[in-house]
Design a protein around this ligand. Structure first.
Ligand code: KIV
Length: 264
């Protein structure tokens, strides 16, 4: 009998120092492999707009897209938690955000909904938490802010910007976030803010001291051919997708991924 992880397991992992292994997931076939390989969290990211649809940004992804892909992943996962992205302009008011968060949970089966932004969305985070839906924040590089990937650059590189990120992180934690993604920020900034928070952080391009790691599945399998500094192709040296995912999980857990060559 497989026991499904719950949010308190992520908090326990932060406390005990066990790293959280997360990958994006968009369909049942991959979700089954990922879940059976032992992934802790499946992120149905709005990166699916770029990865699956071939768009130049995540901005065309709709609520119906997110519900559809979340449902496919939720249909087969047995152990992993499912975080699902609230897409661009689906949380521009508290009323809209609450309705859409309910849809992701009720129609898609998400455990946690993820929103990009800091202080400016803290009321929205609180409104979603008030209806008992867990929330994941997303700071640093927030892809919904850009209409093409040209804007995708390392964030929080100045002292002021790093301090702003820290204040945003503390504010959205206070607003009710249960966990937080840090995307493309200097490793030292991610380390300091992770230590200042009570909730787990999951990094992508944010060094090894976040409480967990996430990569886009199709990037870490070498399918998209992207060559970002923070990426590693886990299919290299492995004979199967399952083995590549297992290697990723074990390198995250034993802290050998990300290595310093992947940091900013
Ligand atoms: O949409 C996504 O896949 C994400 C990750 C890159 C963190 O938000």
């Amino acid at each position: 009998m497989i026991t499904k992880l719950v949010i308190s397991d992520l908090k326990r992992m932060k406390e005990t120092g066990e790293k959280i292994a997360c990958l994006t997931s968009y369909d049942a076939s991959f979700a089954r492999l990922q879940d059976e390989a032992g992934i802790d969290v499946l992120l149905v990211g709005d990166s699916l707009g770029m990865v699956l649809h071939g768009d130049k940004s995540t901005r065309n992804v709709t609520m119906d897209d997110m519900i559809y892909h979340t449902r496919l992943v939720n249909n087969v996962r047995q152990r992993a938690l499912v975080i699902s992205d609230m897409p661009y302009q689906s949380y521009t008011s508290t009323e809209l955000a609450v309705g859409n968060a309910k849809r992701l949970v009720n129609e898609g089966g998400a455990d946690i909904v993820k929103l990009e932004g800091g202080e400016e969305i803290s009321d929205i985070i609180t409104a979603i938490k008030n209806i008992d839906i867990p929330v994941c924040g997303h700071l640093g590089l927030t892809p919904q802010s850009f209409s093409t990937s040209d804007g995708f650059k390392v964030q929080a590189t100045t002292e002021d910007a790093a301090e702003k990120l820290k204040q945003d992180a503390l504010l959205i934690q206070q607003a009710g976030c249960d966990c937080m993604v840090f995307e493309c920020i200097p490793a030292e900034v991610a380390k300091e803010v992770t230590q200042a928070l009570n909730i787990p952080t999951i990094g992508i391009g944010a060094g090894v001291d976040c409480d967990g790691q996430v990569l886009v599945l199709h990037d870490m399998l070498g399918i998209t051919g992207k060559k970002f500094r923070f990426l590693k192709n886990f299919l290299k040296g492995n004979d199967s997708i399952t083995d590549a995912i297992k290697t990723y999980i074990s390198e995250v857990k034993n802290k050998s991924f990300p290595a310093s060559e992947h940091f900013f």
